[in-house]
Structures are given as structure tokens and as C-alpha cells.
Design a protein around this ligand. Structure first.
Ligand code: CP
Length: 348
């Protein structure tokens, strides 16, 4: 069919179609293939590689911490950001908007609960909304969508960079970047780290993205701790097997707590249908004084937040509880990402 279509065009038109196809292929590679230098859409954790993380993003995040604490800069003067959120958020939306303001750029349109407060309520598709927002000339769109695959769908119709700020039960790549940066800062290295990921692993998008990123570092050990109904999904396990990453699955955090450098606790995704009481009697997935007593003295406790009953109130005051420091790192990582995205010179 394709051949016949080409034959029916005059030669110059066929050449233009070929040129356009080539451009589309090139754009795909620039946007999605790890190791390419130009950053465009940020859709999934797999798109980043270890040298870029360690040699470019993390040093820039460190520099951004100094910029933020020193009152900001004007490096993104005249850059315009839209934040379009179909699900609730405190950290992701606030830190992206504050990051943009701190670097001298502007948030030109912002909505949370877009299901209710945008024309999605009248039945508009995500694709149409993104096309219209593109026509208002922003430099970047930060999107939190309520279905897996939303960010990829948006990127397919957007020439403006899309940043995935969480897509349903899919991924939350910028959270994983700040999580990894926190491990680097707190533990001193990522290679060789042992981590327990705990809770609702089937629906939690942060553990999915973090697993992909940890899989890029050598000698990492991952202990997935969850009730049977909330096991990490097969796509992640397949990825880890393919990349030779050690992992195991269990349901009692007390058995794992003494072995690891990091406990990464997650919230029960009640809005996605899981109740803690349905965990069943065998699963032990909460952090309390008993778990603190079992943990290594130099281990840390992380959580993407917000935290609820899966962390007992007394845990917050333990110096190993790193989750508020982790949330702060989100500002520096997102400043670094915006600077990388909006001030880069084409290299690749
Ligand atoms: N960690 C995280 O995504 O938090 P918010 O839902 O508050 O953005």
C-alpha cells in the first residue's frame, strides 16, 4: 500500500513525504532514546541513563539548591509553563511552579482537578486540550493525568515538551529522579544499595519509576514487600530480570528491615480501590517503633508523601526519617530539569 501511494505522487512530493518520515523517526529517537543529549518530553524513567543522571542532573540539582537558597535567578526569564493536573497534588505541582518562579519564568496557566475545572468536564479529549494549549505558545506543559499512558498520548500531539507528573498507575518519573537524588545524598551512593519497597506496589507509580531507575545501577538489591493483592506488576519484574537486577518478594517488613539501607514506604492507594485492612493478617507493611528498632542505624526511611496510617506518628521524629528532606529535594531536581529542558543547546 505504502509503495503504491508513493508511486502516485509526483517525485518531489514523494521526497517531501520521505523527509517528513525521517524527521518523525529522528524526533522519536531524540525524545525517547537514552543517551541522546537533547531532552524533550519527560515521559518515563527508562529514558534516562546513568551518566546523564550522575554527571549532569545531580550536579545541577546541587547548584539549584544554592540558587534557591540564595533567592533565585532569572535564567528562565520569559519562559512560560502550564501545569495541567487531572488528579490532586501538593508537592509535584507546588514544586514545579515554585521551581519555575525561582528561575525567573512564569506559570501562565495552572489547574488542578482538570476533570472538573477544564473542558474535560464537557467531554473534551486530552489530545484536543493539549493541541489547544500548544497554540498558546507555552515552553513546557507539566501534566498529571488520571490514566496510565496519558503523558505518552499528550506527547504524541505536542510539539511543546510534556513532563509526566504522574499518569494514573503508570509512572511518576520526576518523583523517581528526586528519590534517586535523595539516596545519593543521604547514603552517598546508589550502586550497591539495598532497598525495601513497601506497600501498594501494584498501584503505586513511584515504585514503578524508581525500579526502572535503580535497574541502571550495579549491585542493587530490591526487596518488594506487599500483601498478595498488591504485588509489583510483571512488566517491572520482566525489566529487572532482563537487566540482571536482584530482587525478591515478601510480605513481612520486619524480616527485611535489618537487611536494607533504604526503606521506601508507600501509601495505600485508597482512591484506586485498596484498603489497608484488606492486606490480610499475614502481611506486615507498616512502619512503627518495632520496625525502627530493627533498622540499621545508618539506614533511611523514604516515602513519596503524603503519608497516612502506614507510618506511625512517632516515626517522623526519628533522624532516619528522610521523607521531608526528600520532598525538599523535589524542588532542586525540578529546577534542574526545567533549566536543562528550557536552556539547552542542541548537541546530538
Ligand atoms: N509525591 C507526590 O507526587 O506528591 P503529590 O501527589 O502531593 O504531588
Amino acid at each position: 500500500m505504502g509503495q503504491r501511494t508513493f508511486c502516485s505522487f509526483p517525485p518531489f512530493a514523494a521526497a517531501r513525504v520521505n523527509e517528513r518520515s525521517l524527521l518523525t523517526i529522528l524526533k522519536f529517537f531524540v525524545n525517547f532514546v537514552p543517551g541522546m543529549k537533547k531532552l524533550h518530553h519527560i515521559i518515563e524513567a527508562q529514558q534516562f541513563d546513568r551518566p546523564w543522571l550522575e554527571e549532569e542532573l545531580f550536579p545541577l540539582a546541587k547548584e539549584m539548591e544554592k540558587v534557591a537558597k540564595g533567592g533565585g535567578s532569572n535564567v528562565l526569564f520569559r519562559k512560560r509553563m502550564i501545569t495541567l493536573f487531572y488528579e490532586p497534588s501538593t508537592r509535584t505541582r507546588a514544586s514545579f511552579e515554585i521551581a519555575m518562579n525561582t528561575l525567573g519564568g512564569k506559570v501562565v496557566f495552572s489547574t488542578e482537578n482538570a476533570r472538573q475545572f477544564s473542558s474535560a468536564a464537557k467531554g473534551e479529549t486530552l489530545e484536543d486540550t493539549i493541541k489547544v494549549l500548544n497554540s498558546y505558545h507555552p515552553d513546557v506543559i507539566v501534566l498529571r493525568y488520571d490514566e496510565e499512558g496519558g503523558a505518552k498520548r499528550a506527547a504524541e500531539v505536542s510539539s511543546v515538551p510534556i513532563i509526566n507528573a504522574g499518569d494514573g498507575t503508570g509512572q511518576h518519573p520526576t518523583q523517581a529522579l528526586l528519590d534517586l537524588y535523595t539516596i545519593q545524598k543521604e547514603i552517598g551512593q546508589i550502586a550497591g544499595v539495598s532497598i525495601a519497597m513497601v506497600g501498594d506496589l501494584a498501584r503505586g507509580r513511584t515504585v514503578r519509576s524508581l525500579s526502572y531507575l535503580l535497574g541502571k545501577f550495579p549491585d542493587v538489591k530490591i526487596y518488594y514487600v506487599s500483601p498478595e493483592v498488591a504485588r509489583i506488576r510483571d512488566d517491572i519484574k520482566d525489566y529487572l530480570k532482563k537487566h540482571g537486577v536482584w530482587f525478591t518478594e515478601g510480605y513481612d517488613l520486619r524480616e527485611v528491615a535489618p537487611k536494607v539501607n533504604v526503606i521506601y514506604q508507600t501509601r495505600t492507594q485508597k482512591e484506586r480501590g485498596l484498603q489497608l485492612e484488606k492486606y490480610g493478617p499475614k502481611a506486615f507493611c507498616i512502619i512503627n517503633q518495632e520496625v525502627l528498632d530493627l533498622m540499621k542505624k545508618d539506614a533511611i526511611l523514604m516515602h513519596p508523601l503524603p503519608h497516612t496510617e502506614e507510618i506511625a506518628p512517632e516515626v517522623d521524629s526519628d533522624p532516619r526519617a528522610a521523607y521531608f528532606r526528600q520532598a525538599e529535594n523535589g524542588l532542586y531536581i525540578r529546577m534542574a530539569l526545567l533549566k536543562k529542558l528550557l536552556k539547552q543547546k542542541a548537541k546530538g
